[in-house]
Design a protein around this ligand. Structure first.
Ligand SMILES: O=C(CO)[C@H](O)[C@H](O)COP(=O)(O)O
Length: 235
């Protein structure tokens, strides 16, 4: 395993320490969340009783394969903990998420959870959000008008940048688990993430965006010297 994968697994292992029998867990998406699902599955095999609610079809398939009992948010609308990765972690534990295209379900599941624990390698911690292009999930109608709406909202929040329609490696347009499209917004820097989040949410055609404000309660960051936990109160 590479150094960075070892760090991600270490963060995932620490998050597992917060899991207790009987909990209902949101299961995140991405390479770091995958480590958590794998470690959780080991504990389930040893007798830990939990129910997981996956944030993507990809995570559902992994958890099913590994024998983690699954449920839906309709069955369990109030979850104990969601454990998920992030693309960037900024001041106040504001996040950019959606690099894996699962931001909509990830935000719904995190919002339904008493606690969201973010697990990441230390490279994800930044002073200012925005170097990672912000994923914005949009409907498949009126894309040119939606782009204009996003650009106007971004400008009002002091952000400028190219919006790129996400495509898969084979060139086909990327379609989310909810059947929507993703525009990746290369803003470079987001001076006021909360303001941008509010403005983007008001653009007709925007289903969701990857700014997670006041959702993460703790971040477990693993670096070469070990892992540290940062709570929102101290971030
Ligand atoms: O938001 C996400 C998926 O939509 C992921 O959590 C994010 O992209 C981080 O992924 P990784 O752990 O592979 O770096």
């Amino acid at each position: 395993m590479s150094d960075v994968e070892t760090m991600k697994r270490q963060a995932a292992a620490l998050a597992l320490d917060s899991v207790r029998g009987g909990m209902k867990l949101g299961l995140g998406t991405g390479s770091t969340a995958k480590h958590f699902v794998e470690l959780l599955a080991e504990r389930v095999a040893e007798g830990l009783e939990v129910v997981g609610v996956p944030t993507s079809e990809q995570t559902r398939a992994l958890a099913e394969k590994l024998g983690v009992p699954l449920g839906t948010l309709d069955e369990y609308p109030a979850l104990d903990i969601t454990v998920d990765g992030a693309d960037e972690i900024g001041p106040g534990l504001a996040l950019v998420k959606g690099g894996g295209g699962a931001l909509l379900r990830e935000k719904i599941v995190a919002s339904a959870s008493r606690e969201m624990i973010v697990i990441a390698d230390a490279s994800k911690k930044v002073e200012t959000l925005g170097a990672f292009p912000l994923p914005i999930e949009v409907v498949d109608f009126g894309l040119a008008a939606i782009r204009r709406g996003i650009a106007a909202a971004a400008k009002a929040a002091g952000c400028h940048g190219v919006l790129t329609l996400r495509r898969k490696a084979d060139g086909h347009v990327f379609v989310t688990d909810q059947g929507n499209l993703i525009l990746d917004a290369a803003f470079g820097a987001i001076p006021d993430p909360a303001a941008l989040a509010a403005l983007l949410s008001n653009v007709p055609g925007v289903v969701e965006h990857g700014l997670f404000i006041n959702l993460a309660s703790r971040v477990i960051l693993a670096g070469p010297a070990g892992a540290t936990t940062i709570s929102r109160a101290e971030a």
